[in-house]
Design a protein around this ligand. Structure first.
Ligand code: ADP
Ligand code: MG
Length: 244
């Protein structure tokens, strides 16, 4: 049994009177790939954002590597560095070239020597197929290339977990594959990941476990074979009938 890396216990999140997450429980083991699916507005992004405390839970716990992140005196910045996050919009720094995008945080937040940060960055760019783009500015890249830079930038901090929130939703269809390929490669290398996606074929291929969320609840949680081949819950069946 591998080590638990994230434990979520009775997680609730409200915005004002509006309860968005209604008591979620989840354990993620080291090396596991968990894919979250569900209708728009079901709370997937909010759930991801509470995992690294971009949203503070109203109730419940997020225990990351044994530490309750909502606990008093916890240095959340230290832990957030261990959770790389990639969003739908790439959010690269447009006033910096690709290399500087990757080295900024390691140099500034981790006090990494510049040469070491650049060596790591160049290796990561190579691993996402962009070794020749170190010197260019983000706006000269395609959407798919920018998103691969964003992934490399998150990896440059040496995270223990990667969180992806619809990483291909803003891309033209012909660029989806190149980004999914990078994520698949990370899965093969054993990276622990939580991925929100509408790409069901990709989910089937990459997930160890699939969660179906609806209206702030985890409705069903199973292997991709089970969820896609033999869903148990009516709401899961209904959702899948619309997207597959
Ligand atoms: P999903 O990612 O599944 O589409 P979200 O987590 O983005 O769902 O949103 C779930 C609900 O929470 C939506 O109704 C959304 O309007 C609401 N919500 C999300 N973030 C905020 C916020 N910062 N303030 C108020 N409401 C929010
Ligand atoms: Mg979302």
């Amino acid at each position: 049994m591998s080590r638990k890396i994230i434990e979520i216990k009775n997680l609730h999140k409200s915005f004002g009177k509006n309860e968005i997450l209604k008591g979620l429980n989840l354990e993620i083991s080291e090396g596991e790939v968990v894919v979250m699916i569900g209708p728009s507005g079901s709370g997937k992004s909010t759930f991801l954002r509470t995992m690294n405390m971009l949203e503070v839970p109203t109730e419940g716990q997020v225990i990351f590597e044994g530490v309750d992140l909502a606990g008093k005196g916890v240095d959340i910045f230290k832990y957030r560095e261990k959770m790389g996050m990639v969003f739908q919009s790439f959010n690269l720094f447009s006033n910096m070239n690709v290399l500087d995008n990757l080295t900024l945080a390691p140099i500034k937040n981790k006090n990494m020597p510049k040469v070491e940060a650049e060596n790591i960055a160049l290796k990561l760019l190579e691993s996402v197929g962009l070794a020749d783009k170190a010197d260019v500015y983000p706006q000269s890249l395609s959407g798919g290339q920018q998103q691969r830079v964003a992934i490399a930038r998150a990896l440059a901090m040496g995270p223990d977990v990667m969180l992806f929130d619809e990483p291909t939703s803003a891309l033209d269809p012909e660029m989806v594959g190149e980004v999914l390929a990078v994520i698949k490669k990370l899965a093969k290398e054993g990276m622990t990941m939580v991925i929100v996606t509408h790409e069901m074929g990709f989910a089937k291929e990459v997930a160890d476990r699939v969660l179906f969320m609806d209206q702030g609840h985890i409705i069903e949680e199973a292997s991709p074979e089970e969820i896609f081949g033999n869903p148990k819950e009516e709401r899961t069946k209904d959702f899948l009938s619309k997207v597959l």
